[in-house]
Design a protein around this ligand. Structure first.
Ligand SMILES: Cc1cc2nc3c(=O)[nH]c(=O)nc-3n(C[C@H](O)[C@H](O)[C@H](O)COP(=O)(O)OP(=O)(O)OC[C@H]3O[C@@H](n4cnc5c(N)ncnc54)[C@H](O)[C@@H]3O)c2cc1C
Length: 249
């Protein structure tokens, strides 16, 4: 695996929810590499080990947006959530991943996000809507409870601006009766569509949610070549799978 390494700096850190930070990263000098909406990159933040994070914005703005959730295991994501500040150095290597937005598709688009899987789905949905796509675009956002929701207003505004865009939040372990859908996000999609043949489907989030969604889509007659998925494996899971790391030399 290879890609350009670009020296960057943290431009902003925002608490989007108690456990999620939205980070803006800009090149220290020069330009970022090219990427496609939905891809990820490898980030070496301060003196931490490199980690993969999905890019949450479509290319073109000169900056990278990340959504990072605290894992609570004392690793890089905890450092990011607790200690990262504007000005900190970040080396970024990218871009990677095949689950990027395909503009040449004339059927509807379905995006399924679990937790910070919202990041690449945001990039894809925004690229689709910016390209003046006339087809329906559905975004399902699954979280465990209400405290994990973020950017809800952003997507509700996007729904008002684009009549072909539909945004649904699904909460698997609701703590209150907020009127939102409850259950597993893959079950909510399954309940809403009898068949999904002709849809182009994108999925990102925890491996268990991605696996359940891929199985559900197959049962709804989506051929494999119309499913694009990125599971957020941890470093340990990647090593167990024998996945290569980007070369940082
Ligand atoms: C394609 C892709 C995209 C992703 N996108 C996102 C995203 O947009 N947002 C997001 O929040 N997450 C994303 N992730 C997950 C992210 O890369 C990290 O796995 C996550 O942030 C957890 O990292 P961590 O260091 O906090 O925890 P862990 O990797 O679980 O580490 C916890 C502790 O275990 C130690 N440890 C880890 N691996 C080993 C090992 N092999 N041997 C010994 N000790 C070890 C660490 O040093 C640390 O102390 C993505 C993953 C992939 C593969």
């Amino acid at each position: 695996m290879s890609g350009d390494i670009v020296a960057c700096r943290v431009a902003a850190v925002e608490a989007a929810s108690p456990e999620v930070r939205i980070i803006k990263i800009e090149p220290a000098s020069g330009e970022l590499f090219d990427w496609r909406a939905g891809q990820y990159a490898s980030f070496k933040i301060c003196d931490q080990e490199p980690r993969d994070y999905s890019i949450a914005n479509a290319p073109g703005s000169g900056a990278i947006e990340l959504h990072i959730r605290r894992s609570g295991a004392g690793g890089v994501s905890d450092f990011i959530c607790d200690d990262l500040k504007p000005g900190d150095p970040v080396d970024v290597q990218g871009a990677f991943g095949g689950a990027y937005f395909r503009a040449r598709h004339d059927g509807p688009l379905l995006a399924i996000a679990g937790g910070t899987g919202l990041a690449p789905m945001k990039a894809i949905v925004e690229a689709a809507l910016a390209s003046d796509l006339k087809q329906d675009v559905h975004l399902y956002f699954g979280v465990r409870d209400e405290t994990e929701l973020y950017l809800e207003r952003h997507f509700i505004k996007l729904m008002h601006d684009h009549p072909n865009f539909r945004f649904v939040t699904v909460i698997s372990e609701p703590k209150e009766n907020s009127g939102r859908r409850s259950g597993l996000v893959s079950d909510a999609v399954a309940a809403d569509f009898q068949l999904l043949y002709g849809f182009q489907c994108y999925i990102a989030g925890p491996p268990v949610m991605v696996d359940a969604s891929v199985k559900m889509l197959a049962l709804k007659s989506v051929p494999k070549h119309d499913i694009f998925a990125d599971a957020f494996y941890t470093e340990k899971q990647m090593q167990a799978k024998g996945e290569p790391r980007p070369d940082w030399t």
